[in-house]
Design a protein around this ligand. Structure first.
Ligand code: DQA
Length: 139
């Protein structure tokens, strides 16, 4: 099984960015632990702060992998284009959030990803990604 992890804007700053909300681990550290905990999975990882680059990645990977874990970060709440890209591909997408977006500001309650995602995992810290891998493995 091949799973592609796609992270959106500012998630490259995990570890130092608002640690009270997002924790103090870098994504690279966490990603290494995911790779070693699921040896049966082939992972690929892409991060960008640019909306179009995220759409390019979704289009590129979305016809050849078995699933995408997408944390579109702030673009979750604004991007019709990312929602449309998910509709255009074959691979199922699980929407991931580190924080519980529903316990935060109102503008974070809107998602253009949720209606077109296979499922949503929200609020479990970085472990949201691990739960996403397990969901793909079990479905
Ligand atoms: C986030 C939640 C978003 O609202 C925010 O803009 C992020 C991170 C999360 O993983 O909790 O950048 O997607």
């Amino acid at each position: 099984m091949k799973i592609v992890v796609i992270n959106g804007p500012n998630l490259n700053l995990l570890g130092t960015r608002e640690p009270g909300i997002y924790g103090d681990q870098t994504f690279e550290e966490y990603y290494e632990s995911l790779i070693s905990d699921f040896p049966q999975v082939t992972f690929d990882y892409f991060q960008s702060n640019i909306e179009g680059a995220l759409i390019d990645c979704i289009q590129k990977e979305g016809f050849s992998c078995d699933g995408i874990l997408l944390n579109a970060a702030a673009y979750t709440h604004t991007s019709v284009g990312i929602g449309d890209a998910i509709k255009a591909i074959d691979a199922p997408v699980i929407e991931i959030h580190i924080s519980n977006t529903f316990s935060r500001e109102d503008f974070r309650h809107k998602s253009y990803i949720s209606p077109v995602a296979k499922g949503i995992i929200v609020g479990f810290g970085l472990e949201s990604y691990r739960l996403g891998v397990e969901a793909f493995l079990k479905s």
